[in-house]
Design a protein around this ligand. Structure first.
Ligand SMILES: [Zn+2]
Length: 93
């Protein structure tokens, strides 16, 4: 029986608590300066775009106005080069 389990390294995936919109006091980008806003990085931008392709408003995303603007710009650029959907993209089934 080779039942190997990593002892205490299970902090990778899996939902912990049900918290519908955890409020952040500081915006992600102010808090973590390693995270850069890049229009070529749809994974980051996706976080600020709803399923319908709308940009998440600042009071929900928790970004500060400066970074929210950068996000908005980045999303618009990403849309232009088709990294992000302009309107809903539920075609991927
Ligand atoms: Zn910020």
């Amino acid at each position: 029986m080779a039942d190997e389990r990593t002892p205490q390294r299970s902090a990778s995936s899996g939902p912990r608590k049900k918290r519908p919109f955890q409020r952040r006091k500081v915006c992600r980008f102010c808090a973590d300066k390693q995270v850069s806003i890049d229009y070529k990085d749809p994974r980051t931008l996706r976080y600020f775009v709803s399923e319908r392709g709308k940009i998440i408003p600042r009071r929900i995303s928790g970004n500060c106005s400066k970074h929210q603007r950068e996000i908005t710009e980045a999303i618009k650029r990403a849309r232009n080069i088709a990294l992000l959907p302009i309107a809903g993209s539920h075609a991927t089934a």
